[in-house]
Every structure is written in structure tokens, then in C-alpha cells.
Design a protein around this ligand. Structure first.
Ligand SMILES: *Cc1c(COP(=O)(O)O)cnc(C)c1O
Length: 425
């Protein structure tokens, strides 16, 4: 596969290369299992001495094509699909953490990631310190402990829409010999490729712009292949894995040590696998990713500017606006657009905002972002409901905040719908 393709070409053609007379379109291999001729061949698969599919909990040809395309898009050396974005986040950390380990995570994470790290990781004995990403590197360094195993952040925070300072976070991680894991769900590889800015591992909720049409839940972990796992901090990477007859990941899989371990250990044991049908839909979605991200970004910027000028609107947050604190970071890391999600508050606060949402016609109230259809949501009463008020504020959720995922409709129809609804406020 020609890795020198531009991103638009990779989005359309990457990951699947049919041979003579094979289907032009990626087939759905709806099969749990694979046929072999001899016991020796299957034994080699189990010992990880030969590549091949044995059981679809661990790998499947349709899912593999999507993984290859995502790895190419992000500039990684390998990728692993999961059943959801949550599973991707969980496995990305579990692959390198054990009971008693610690990680640093930005406090401005997606609500689901925040709950996973704060509550569920505690059950596994992994402690998380949430850090204010705007703090200086000298202050952030003070949170590093001898058992800290990773730094975790999002390219675009959710729903505060703050842009991660890659230079600062990569320095913080690498000076301490630990990887930087970045959730790149909102920009996608089309608008930002975190590996080019120092991230070691990238995770995605493919449920959002990757699928792009709100049909399927899925996730992805992409490995840059650049992190040095032999630095003494990650003994599981450099010592024999008893569950695989003493495989030593770094020795046997070289730069693919991390993504191989994620698959053959955690995907095997936890089983959070993406289905072939969902992989087919995700792959179809990716074919138009560049076109969609361009239009989502263009529509969102226009709407943000329009809302900012509307005297019924109290405030607007979008990193493409000069008024946003991350505007300069956005220019640096997302020069081609800031994706389709913005937030705003209506004058009159929470009540006025709810009235606006209730009076929309075309724009729907749904618990989702990042598909073709415009939608709005009030996070304080929905996605961030489980957090305390202080935690909500820490993660950027004000009581009156409305999250607006700007779709691909004609901008005039979007503006008309909001204008009409605002007349009822
Ligand atoms: C939705 C989302 C997730 C979780 O993904 P699911 O596919 O819903 O499990 C993680 N991170 C971000 C930024 C998200 O928007």
C-alpha cells in the first residue's frame, strides 16, 4: 500500500486492496472463524508465530481493513478497533497499567472518559490525577509520580473545546519516559494528526465523525510505534507474557509491541470487539471524511460568528473564534478547521436555553454529536449529569451551556431554524 498518498486518497482507498476479480468494495466478512488445513498452522497462530485470523473476537478481515485505513490516516504503524470509544480509552491505558499505577489526565475530558478514569479505574487500582491543562509545565510536572505511566488528553476538550498544547503535553510525558495518549475524536485525522505533534498513542470514538452518520458505535486505538517501551518503566513489555508462552512484546514485535499486546492480551480477554458490519459502515463513512470535516468546520465557524453577533445570545465558544482562549493553539494545530462542535449560552440562562432547544424544528435534540445532521444538547442535564456541579464546572460545563453539533445542511436553513426558535425565547 502506497503510504505516500495524500489524506483524501487514503480516506477513499486506504486499507483495502482487492486482487484480480475480487470485490471492488470492502466485503463484510460475517464469519466468526477461519479455516486451516493443519493443526501446525493453527498452533503457530496461537503462539503468535504466524499472522492470520483465527477467531473474530481478536481479528477479522473487514475490521482489519478499517484498522489499516485508520492507522494510515493518523500516521501510525498499527491500529486496533474496539466496540466503542470507551473501550478504546480503557484498553489504551490498561495495556500499560497495573494495580498501583497512576496516570495524569486533563480535567476537560468527555464526560464518559472522565467517569471511566475517575470511578471505574479506581476499581482496578489505577489512580488518576486530573490536571488543569492550562497550567504551566512546571506546575504540571509536580503531579508526576514514580508510578505515573501515561498522560491522557483530548485534542479538542469536550465540551469546553479547549485545544491541547501538544508541545507542553508531549514534553511533560517524554521528559518522564511515559507516553502521551490523545483522544482525537473531534478533529479526526483530517483536521489534526496528534502523532505529528508528539502523541504516542491516539484513541478515537469512531461513533462520531469516523462513522459520521450516527449509525454505529465503535472505537479505535492507533499506535505511533515511536515510544520506547524498554526504558525500564514498562516491565510487561519487556518480560515474558505467561499467557502467551513467554512472548516478549518488545523483542518479538519491535515497534508494534504496544498494539500487539493490546490485541492479543486485552482484546482477547475483555472481548470489546468491533463487529464486521460496523467496520463496514465506519469504512464507508471514512471515504467522505475529508469532505465532511471541511463542511462541518465551515458551517460551524459561520454559525459561531453569527451567534456571536446575535443579541439574544449571551456567549459563544468555538476555537475558530478569535475570542476563544485556544484560538492561537487552534491556528497552530488545526489550521484547516476546528470541527463541527460549538457551545453557547442564551441570554436568560438555562431556562432560555431549554426553551430554544424545545422550539427547534429541523435541528434535533439528541444525545450525540458529530454526524451529518445538526443537533443540540444540554450537557448539565444529560451527558454530564452524573458529575457534581464543581466537576461539571471543572470540565467546562456551565449550567446554561448548549452543545451544538453543526451538521452538513445548508447554512441558511440552520440559521432559520435557530432564528425561529429564538423568537419563542
Ligand atoms: C463519544 C466520545 C467518547 C466515547 O465514545 P463511545 O463510542 O460513545 O464509547 C470518547 N471520547 C470522546 C471525545 C467522545 O466524544
Amino acid at each position: 500500500m502506497d503510504k505516500k498518498w495524500k489524506i483524501e486518497t487514503t480516506a477513499v482507498q486506504g486499507g483495502y486492496e482487492p486482487s484480480n476479480s475480487e470485490p471492488r468494495v470492502l466485503p463484510i466478512y460475517q464469519s466468526t472463524t477461519y479455516k486451516y488445513n493443519t493443526c501446525e498452522e493453527v498452533a503457530k497462530l496461537f503462539d503468535l508465530q504466524a499472522a492470520g485470523h483465527m477467531y473474530s473476537r481478536i481479528s477479522n478481515p473487514t475490521v482489519e481493513a478499517l484498522e489499516k485505513k485508520m492507522a494510515m490516516l493518523e500516521g501510525g504503524i498499527g491500529a486496533m478497533a474496539t466496540s466503542s470509544g470507551q473501550a478504546a480509552t480503557m484498553i489504551s491505558i490498561m495495556t500499560i497499567c497495573n494495580v498501583g499505577d497512576h496516570i495524569l489526565a486533563s480535567s476537560t475530558l468527555y464526560g464518559g472518559s472522565f467517569s471511566l478514569l475517575k470511578t471505574t479505574f479506581k476499581k482496578f487500582g489505577i489512580e488518576v490525577t486530573f490536571i488543569d491543562p492550562e497550567k504551566s509545565i512546571d506546575e504540571l510536572k509536580t503531579y508526576i509520580r514514580p508510578n505515573t505511566k501515561a498522560v491522557f488528553g483530548e485534542t479538542i476538550g469536550n465540551p469546553g473545546l479547549n485545544i491541547i498544547d501538544f508541545d507542553k503535553f508531549a514534553t511533560l510525558a517524554h521528559e518522564n519516559n511515559i507516553p502521551l495518549i490523545v483522544d482525537n475524536t473531534f478533529p479526526t485525522a483530517y483536521l489534526c494528526r496528534p502523532i505529528e505533534h508528539g502523541a504516542d498513542i491516539v484513541v478515537h470514538s469512531c461513533t462520531k465523525y469516523t462513522d459520521g452518520h450516527a449509525t454505529s458505535v465503535g472505537g479505535m486505538i492507533i499506535d505511533s510505534g515511536k515510544f520506547n517501551w524498554s526504558n525500564g518503566k514498562f516491565p510487561e513489555m519487556t518480560s515474558p507474557d505467561d499467557s502467551y508462552h513467554g512472548v516478549v512484546y518488545v523483542q518479538d514485535f519491535k515497534e508494534a509491541a504496544y498494539i500487539t499486546k493490546a490485541r492479543v492480551q486485552l482484546l482477547r480477554d475483555i472481548g470489546a470487539t468491533m463487529s464486521p458490519f460496523n467496520a463496514f459502515l465506519m469504512n464507508l463513512g471514512l471515504e467522505t471524511l475529508p469532505l465532511r470535516m471541511e463542511r462541518h468546520s465551515k458551517n460551524a465557524l459561520e454559525i459561531a460568528k453569527w451567534l456571536e453577533k446575535n443579541d439574544k445570545i449571551d456567549w459563544v465558544v468555538y476555537p475558530g473564534l478569535e475570542s476563544h482562549p485556544s484560538y492561537n493553539l487552534a491556528k497552530k494545530y488545526l489550521p484547516n478547521g476546528c470541527s463541527g462542535v460549538l457551545t453557547f449560552g442564551v441570554k436568560g440562562g438555562r431556562e432560555a436555553g431549554e426553551k430554544l432547544i424545545n422550539n427547534l424544528n429541523m435541528i434535533a435534540l439528541v444525545v450525540h454529536v458529530a454526524d451529518t445532521r445538526s443537533c443540540m444538547l444540554h450537557p448539565a442535564s444529560t451527558t454530564h449529569r452524573q458529575l457534581s456541579e464543581q466537576e461539571q464546572l471543572d470540565s467546562g460545563v456551565k449550567p446554561d451551556l448548549i452543545r451544538f453539533s453543526v451538521g452538513l445542511e445548508n447554512i441558511e436553513d440552520i440559521i432559520d431554524d435557530i432564528t425561529n426558535a429564538l423568537e419563542q425565547v
